[in-house]
Design a binder for this molecule. Sequence first.
Ligand code: DON
Length: 568
Amino acid sequence: MKHLLLLLSLLLNVSVNAQTPSQAAIATAHPLATQAGKTILQSGGNAFDAAIAITATLAVVEPYSSGLGGGGFWLLREQKQHKTVMIDGREMAPAKAHRDMYLDQDGQYIAKSSVDGALAAGIPGTVAAMVHLAEKYGNLPLQQVLQPAIKQAQKGFPVTEHYQKMARFRLSVLQKYKTSADIFLQNNDVPELGYLIVQKELAQTLKLIAQHGNAGFYKGHIANKLVDSVKENKGIWQLSDLKNYTIKEREPVQFHYRDMKITSVPPPSSGGVALATILQILQNYDLQSLDEVSQTHLAVEAMRRAYRDRAEFLGDNDFANVPVERLTHIRYADGLKAGIRLDKAMPSSDLPGIRSATKKKNAILKHSSEGQDTTHFSVLDTLGNMVSATMSINYPFGSGFTAKGTGVLLNDEMDDFSARPGTPNVYGLVGAEANAIAPGKRPLSSMSPTLVETNKGMALLGTPGGSRIITMVLLAILELEKNASVQQWVTRPRFHHQYLPDKIFYEKNALSKEQVSQLEQMGHQTRVLDSDYGNMQVISWDYKMGVQAASDPRVEGQAVVFEIPRKK
Ligand code: DON
């Protein structure tokens, strides 16, 4: 029977990877988080235990990116059961939230109201996700896997140039809240290099979670403090919001692109659906045989269409009726492809649907163009278990508001809702009814932790970068298709199109002058970016060649591959 199955799966070209990797690997955005994960794997933990340790440590050492006050998506692959699942730990809108909460009497967006301060914060999911991981998937007690983070919070971590850049970007809002300034600034200013950020209260909060699980955060002492502090600062959280927070296990989006089986995240992320659209459109072309300009043009046309659908159809599927099956169907992609010309761009205004109603609601806010807040990590253990997770508090340092007595810096993920149909958020993304604010709803995300499987091996990848996350993951998958090295997946220069604004945004070395001019002749509008963006963390497990990992050279992450002595 076993042989028959094996034969059948080989005939169907489905990979059979009964084997396990000889090495483990971790790639995260911070060396201290990579080290925390390694310690846990070396102490007998599995990839899920390491994922908890990494999540908690990143919450400490990258306070501008993710944290206990935020949420995320953890895409898991349990090797033994061949089970892939996503843990949705995305923030939920509080019960008192309503669709017009960021609009004035004239229906105009109130500047910064969904970005700065307690009113911008959704109910956080990271703690519930960690507890769930420990209870259902981990080998080790939560107490043990949270230790590295607790110690790091007590001991402090040194300020780097990247930290300084993030703190400079959000200096005024951090200064506005003394609870934040006391922890994240030095004498109310950007800390100097090497200054130690010590987080005693956060360590205490982590200890309560280690002891009591969810009850240490969503109920009791910490919950009371969170709610009191939010209320004192014009927020609308209630104790019942925290008590009612729940993670969801969701079935990932899966589709095929040539010989790859791709597993990515379903709503409330737009990542999996958009990747399915883009890649299934591109599957119609023999990309490798085309010149680079044509390849870029086709990728851009596919992106334009996927982001248009994102704006119209995507939102939290528990509330909106998102046609996931239709949008990820190969025939649907074929239909979209029919409107693409090889020689000419199609202006976004010629596509049906959403229009940008206002220029930019946050005109005063600079786009966080670096796309290097929010965080991704990938981890693989020697049993072949995997976690690819992207976590966020949204803007750098989230809402900038730390709840008194908890050390917990709150997210501003409410900005990922469409505050008003057609009004762009901080990433310039527009949305419609499907992503309107409602109590208990989760804001639409672009976070796209992804797994790729072929009959040669597997890969895990993801990155921060707001609206550009999806197209960065796409570009890395196209590198993988070319058999490029993991280093190349994370290093390759990037370009992006998101339907509105109707422009190709690109890193300065992504396109040559000549290529830009050719694209413009085809009708594309282009804009070179001032700085690089993204912070991708990847792992590749080739069944023959072994395990490799890479961390985006644009920031300060660390990727490691190492052996774990097997128990006798
Ligand atoms: O969930 C989302 O799509 C955003 N909150 C992610 C934010 C992000 O990646 C910030 N990076 N520039």
